[in-house]
Structures are given as structure tokens and as C-alpha cells.
Design a protein around this ligand. Sequence first.
Ligand SMILES: *[C@@H]1O[C@H](CO)[C@@H](O)[C@H](O)[C@H]1NC(C)=O
Ligand SMILES: *[C@@H]1O[C@H](CO)[C@@H](O)[C@H](O)[C@H]1NC(C)=O
Ligand SMILES: *[C@@H]1O[C@H](CO)[C@@H](O)[C@H](O)[C@H]1NC(C)=O
Length: 977
Amino acid sequence: MALFAVFQTTFLLALLSLRTYESEVLSEPLPLTPESLKVSVNSTCQCLHLQWTVHSLAYHQELKMVFQIQISRFKTSNVIWVGNYSTTVKRNQVLHWSWESELPLECAAHFIRMRSMVDDARIPKPGFWSNWSSWEEADAQNMLGHDPLFVFPKDKLVEEGSNVTICYVSRIHQDNISCYLEGVQIYGEQLDRSVSAFELKNVSFIREKGTNVFCKVDQGGVLGGIVLFVSKVLEEPKDFSCETQDLKTLTCTWDPGSDTGLTKQPSQSYTLFESFSGKKTLCKHRNWCDWQVAQDSQETFNFTLLAENYLRKRSVSILFNLTQRVHPMTPYNLLPKNVGATKATMTWKVHSIGNNSTLLCQLELLAEGKVIQQSNVSIKVNGEYLLSELEPDTEYVARVRCAYTNHFWKWSELISQKFNTAEAAPSEAPDVWRNLKLVSGHPTVSLFWKPLSKVHANGKILFYNVIVENLDKPSRFEVLSIPAPASSTELTLDQCSYQIHVTAHNSVGPSPASVIVVSGDPGNEEAEKGRVNGTEDGFSVSWKPQSGDATGYVVEWCDGPQDLPCVLQWKNLGPNTTSTVIRSGAFRPGVRYNFRIYGISTRRMAHLLEKKAGYLEELAPSDNPQVVMSKLTSHSFTLSWKDYSTESQPGFIQGYHVYLKPKAGEQCHPAFEKTVLPEDSVCCKYTIDNPEQKTFVVENLQPESVYEFIVTPYTSVGEGPLDAFTKVTTLDEYSHTLVHIILPMIFCILIVMIICYLKSQWLKEKCYPDSPNPYKSSVLSLIKSKENPHLTIMYVNDCVPDAIEVINKPEGSKIQFLGTRKSPTETEFTKPAYLYLLPTEKNYSGPGPCICFENFTYNQAASDFASCGHFPVTPQAPPHQLGPLTSPENLLKALEQNYMNSLGEIPAGEANLNYVSQLASPTSGDKDSLPTNPPEPALCSEYKMQTAIPLGLASAPPSENSSLSSTTLLGQGEHCR
Ligand SMILES: *[C@@H]1O[C@H](CO)[C@@H](O)[C@H](O)[C@H]1NC(C)=O
Ligand SMILES: *[C@@H]1O[C@H](CO)[C@@H](O)[C@H](O)[C@H]1NC(C)=O
Ligand SMILES: *[C@@H]1O[C@H](CO)[C@@H](O)[C@H](O)[C@H]1NC(C)=O
């Protein structure tokens, strides 16, 4: 090998010698191996800096050479880069070359060697490489301290979007080291036992203070880190331009783009360079720079703006002529002068540019933000312009801007000035309308007027003058002054006709007068009625033209719904108009509006022509009528909704729908139409197409069935809500019969029963009274009617006696009874002896039919009891006369005394004889008290004794006791019974 190398060198030298001879310049062979190779490390730029010489170059001639450089990492055999470097070499020249490493140089030792080859056209080919120089080591690790963990590169500045390699060197030889970029772990490649590298691709700007990268040993808390400064990419300045206001100073401006400033790197700087003068200035501001124009009147300028930071430079150039970049300064002192109602003069000043230069100024006049006039004026220093055709009492804005006349580049900034024109008298008569009505019997006219528009008012309206002139009595005037902003007044008039003038006044004077004529008699305001259609625009109202003398028309309406107070609105129209569109922001859908159309006569009087009603948009009714159900039967019922007002609905009511939900399975009656409700139930619908028909009879129903109905009005748009159906149950079929037949029948039966009852009383009274009344007894009347109809007394002579009773009066037993009040059955009394005149039935157990007759001639009081002789005829002493009844003698005495007194008057009464007839039976009332074993037919065979009874005794009340006594006593034969 060495032999071959020696041979090769020998051959090369021989060849070079040959060539040297051929050329005068290169006459000697060249020893070309690079020598004195030195390698240094620059950490800032991560560069390996090489320097060497080629000593063996002969003479002082230049020779083109190629150097091949090899770079190894960690060890010489690990070549990571090979490259050529061509340059021209002189004898003993020190050559320099740098290589930038992606991996920070602190992380690995690098080894470099090189060889060379002559690559000069004067040397005949083929060239050959020299020997390699020996390896040179560049190891920055020696410079590190003794920390356990290092991360590189330190404080590196890179541009956004670049790739950066990070590495760490560990002195503790542990595997478990992890690295983080802004807290996010990153993964790299282990290059050596103690070195790892991480490639960060496309790094982005995070903050001016830099991006943090750190590595740590998982156990032990050993930490190492770096800050990576990522700068934004420097942008080229945009919109670079220069201009001057006075031809002395140029101001250049540009848009710098984003700032690249970092803690590690200041913001980019801007330098202005002018190529013709060769001058240069460092700009103090990021986006503008002043440049003083030299006195020698340089006209053309070539400016270059250079932007630079540590990483990059950017530049932009412009070339211009100074006079074409004049941007005049803003004019000043813009003022109005001599301002009138329609005219004003504006004056202003400008800054002069150079000597004798002129400016073109543009004066604009604005009203309500819009430009209404524009004029151009050429001036040197002072500007003046007369504005005319202005409106009185109007606010205007005047504004001025100027440009350099020689060459237009830009308008100056604007200067504005507000001013107001003066007032003038109003130019139009107010629009006046009236409304006539009677207020407590007096014709009253309400006058309304609209405020004059700004265009016509020409100033602030202060008051309105109303002059009322009586046409029937000329020279009668009344003047009213109504302060603004009133827009109506009321006048009370009499039956005369009046002409009313209304004028509006401002500080300058009055407007023309508006004249209307009203008659005190409101008259008959009937007119044709019609409908009007609403559209999106409003209401298109049209009317029949008035033949003859109409000088105009007025359409009048209220702006609100009918139930609100009327805000009277009107619209004046010319004489040839027969239609108009009424618009109002107040119109709402579903509200009925009424319009009245008046014609104005030549006498300026208004006559009502037509009335119209309409909806802007008809809506479906929102409510259903309150329906009253009546006349319910088993097959029908009647619905009525008389209270429903069709006027106040949100549309013209065209009729009603009657919905009836039939029983399940029942068909709709043919007059009804089958329809399906929104909730899918089937319903029968009947349509009433007359809005004024507000009753309906639902017929042909099933008895005793539940039906549901609803009545809903409909307009052209739709019908009312179908929500609340009303339930109704038809009556039972028989309840109808019940009402009509059974109830009357019951009534009749009741009446018959009452009649029967009454009749039975009468019959009983007539035929078998409890106590026969001789006066009333029909039997007797039958007997006696022929002879004497009025007298019903039976005479003893007329009777045929059938038995005679002889009474033996047992005095003692009677007294005993009275004293002890024992039951008669317990009392032993003497059985009377009877003489039977007529045969009797032996088995007769109860009292037989009998009538007892008394001679009431002697006992008037007894007849009043309406019963026959139920009073006790037992002689009784008045209570005051009764002593203690324990002694029978006392009582007997008192009785005897009474008897004597009363009997004394009637001597005939001494005989105790009773007449008994068998025709009447005792009344049931006495049955209970009767002895269970009455003395057989004795009762009916009794003849009443005709004795004179003292009134005091006879009038004793017929109490139970007395009745008992009476019955008992009867058994003793003392009384009729
Ligand atoms: C290292 O490189 C930087 C930038 O390339 C340079 O400014 C600096 O002077 C160099 N340092 C040395 C010691 O050569
Ligand atoms: C960064 O690396 C990616 C992928 O390796 C490459 O495409 C890109 O060009 C690199 N960027 C720079 C600025 O070198
Ligand atoms: C203006 O200046 C720039 C920078 O010096 C130069 O490159 C360019 O050619 C110049 N342009 C003219 C028209 O002179």
C-alpha cells in the first residue's frame, strides 16, 4: 500500500514536472497536501471553522484547487459528511472554511480531514487527489463543566418554521431521561451512550421570551434545560410610499407587518436609502420616516427601504418625482359669512406650497348628511364662495379640501363647518280638517291641522291663528291664537254658517291661510256604505266622482281600532282624483278600519259621500260566540248566539260553521258535511252562510245520546278555534211522553181525588153523618119534604112506638160513680126494664142503627155541639158549690137544689120519659167508650126524656170525661143514646 502510494506520488510529481515544463508558469512539481489544518468550534453559529494552508505551492502563482473534506462524529470511522470546496490558492495563503452542524457541537466530538486536487485548466487531466491530512479533532465537550446533565443549543435564535436539533449530554449514564418541549414530552434518537438528539420540526413562535425545552432524569430530580428563541419571519414592508406637504420634507410611510422582536433579538430596524444622493437615514419609527429635501431642488428620488433583524433582511424600492407627490395640508379657518334665509358665503385659508403655487379646492354643502352641492375653486391662499338656493331655517354643513393644481396626487384632509340659515315666513297653508258634532245640543266643530313640514314651516312655528267669520252676519269675527305645538281646537257655534281661516306663524310672519266652511247644522250624514281592500301597501280607497262642483276630496279615518279613542286622520286629494292608497304605520292586521270620503264644494264645505270599511289583512276569528243551548228534546236542540257582534271581529264574518260530533258509528245528517278535525276525530259540519243568522236547530238526533257541538264563525281567511266543544245529552224518548202525558194524567187524578174526597165528605154529611142533624138529615127531609120542607122535627105523634122503656133511676149508684169515677163496667147498675114494641134480633151484638131525638127546645146550647146529646146531663153543682165530695149527702143536696130550681119552671118535666127510635146508630166516635157488653137493644129503644135542663149544666164542655160520663149515664137510662 505504502509502496503504491509512493509510486502514485512519484507518478504525480513526474506528471506535474512534465506539465511544468510545458508551461512557463508552472515549471515545478507541486507538493499539494493541505497543511497546518486547524479546527475551531463556534457555538453561536454551531460552526466548525477550518483553516489551513498549501505550503508546497511553487512560486507566487495562483492555482485553482478542489479540497475534499470529511467530517466524522464520535469516531473517525463514522463519517457523517463529505464535501468539496473549490477555491483559488496562492502560495502560503491561509484558507478558511466553515461547516454548520445541525447537531449542537457540544454534544459530540467531530473529526475532520481533507485532501486536495488541482483543478486548473492549465494542468492536463486527469487530476488526482493528494493524501489525506491527518484527522483533526474538534471537541467542545471539554469546555463543559461538571454538571450531570447538559442540554444544547443554549439560547439559540431561529426563525419560525425552521427545524432545530436539540441534544443532551448526560454524565450519569442513565437511560431514563425524558425531554419536554413546552411541557410536552418529545422523543428523539440516542446517538451515543450518553448523548441523545431530538429533531424539532417546523418550530412555531410561542412568546417573545422564548420556548422552553428541558430534560430530566426520572428519578433524582436532575434537571437541565434551554430556551429556544423562535422569531417570526421578517416581512417585506408593504405600501411603501413617500409624499410631501410643502416640497421641503418628504414623509415616507409603510406597513411594517408583524414585529419580530424577542428578548434575544430587538425589533427589526428600518433604514431609508436614497440612491441618487447616496444618503441614508435610520428610521426612528416602525412605519414612517421623514426625509429632508436638499435645497438644490432634487426632483427625482429612488428610495430603498431596508428592513432587517438578526436572521434576515428585506428591502423595497420606489422611484418618484417630488412634485407628483404633493399632499397639501388641511385648509383652516372655514367660516360662514353673511348668512341669510337662502344664501351664505363661506371663507377659508390654505397653507401655501412653494412660491406662487395654486391649489384646487373643493367646497361641498351637506344637508342631513348628504352632499347637495359641490363646487371647485382655484385659490392661492384665501378661499371664498357664495352658496345660494338654500332652504330657510335649515342646518347645513360646508366642508373644504384642496389638492395641488400642477399635479393631482391626493386631496388634503377635510375641514367642516356647520351653519344655520335664517328663518322665513311659512310657505304653505296648514292642512286643516274638521269634525262636526253636537255637544249638549250645541253644534261644535273640532278643528285639526297637521304641523307644517320642515320645508314649509321655514322656522319654528310659534302659534296658530284661527279666525272664525260668521257668513250669515258679516263683520262678525272671532280670532283665536293657539300656541304651538297644539294641533287642534274646538269651537262651539250656533246654527249659522262659518268660514274658518287657519294660519301658522313663525318669528318672521304668517303662512298663507287655510279656509274651510262649516255649517252649524251637522245635517244628515248618511252615505253609501262599502268595503275596501287592504294590501301590504295600505288601503286602496276609491269613490265615485262627484258630478259638478267638487274642488277636492278628503278621506278621513281613525288610526286605531274601533274600541280605542279615535286619532282622526285625513288625506286631502285633488278634484280629479277618485282613488288613493291610505298608508299608516298604525294599521294592524285583523282590525277593522272605517273610511269616510268627503267631497269639498266650491264653497269649501265638505259633504259625506261614501263610507268604507276594510281590513289590512283579514284574520280568522280568535273567539267563538257564546252559544246558548235551548229547547232540548230527545231528537233536537236549538243553538243561539244573538250577542255575537260581527262588527268587532278580525275579519268580515261570512257565516258560521256548526260542528256536531256524532255518536260513534252514527252517520252525518245529509244537511251536514262530514269533516275531519285536526285531532283526527270525525265531525259533522253545517255551514251557515248568513252572518246575521244567529240561531240554529240541530235535529234528527238519537234520544238519550251525548253529542258535542261548537259554533265557530268564519271569515275569508279561516274559522275560529275548534277547541271547546260543548257536550249535550238528548233526552230519553219516554221522558217526552212522561212530560206530555203522564204528568197531566197525574194532575187529573189528583184533582179527581180531591174532588172525590170533598164529595165524600159531602156525601157522608148528607147520608151518614156521625151525628144526624135533624135539620140536615136527608132522610127526614125525604119524609117531611112534601108536607113542610123546612121543618125537620119529628113529632111524637107521627112516630109509631115499638117499645116503651121504663126507667128506674138508681140515685145512689150514680152518685157513687161520680164520686169515684170508676169505669162504668165496674159499676153495678140497675138494668132498665124494656117493653118491646117491635121485634128485635136476638143476636144483635153491637149497637144497631138508631136515631136519637132530643127536644132541643129545652137545650139550645146542646144543639151547638153538632152532635146529639153528648153532654152530661148528670146534675152537677157548679165548682164553687161543690164541697168535699167525700160526703154523698152534700153532693146530693146540691144536686137536688139545682134540680128543684130548674124544674120549678117547667112543671111538666117531672116525668122521666125518653122516646127512642131505632133508625140511627151511634157514631163511631163513641164506640171506644162504649161498654163492651152494652145492654142489648136498650140503646136504640131509648126515648129521650124531655126534661128542662138548666143552661149552666148543659153548657159543660164535651170532654172525654164528660163523653164517658154521658155514655155511662146512658146505660143508666138517664139520657138519649
Ligand atoms: C461565531 O459566529 C458568529 C456568527 O456567525 C460570529 O458573530 C462570531 O464572531 C463567531 N465567534 C468566533 C469566536 O469566531
Ligand atoms: C424541516 O424538515 C422537513 C422534513 O424533514 C423539511 O421538509 C423542511 O424543508 C425542513 N425545513 C427547513 C426550514 O429546513
Ligand atoms: C434604485 O435603487 C436600487 C437600490 O439601490 C437599485 O437597485 C435600483 O436599480 C435603482 N433604480 C433606479 C431606477 O435607479
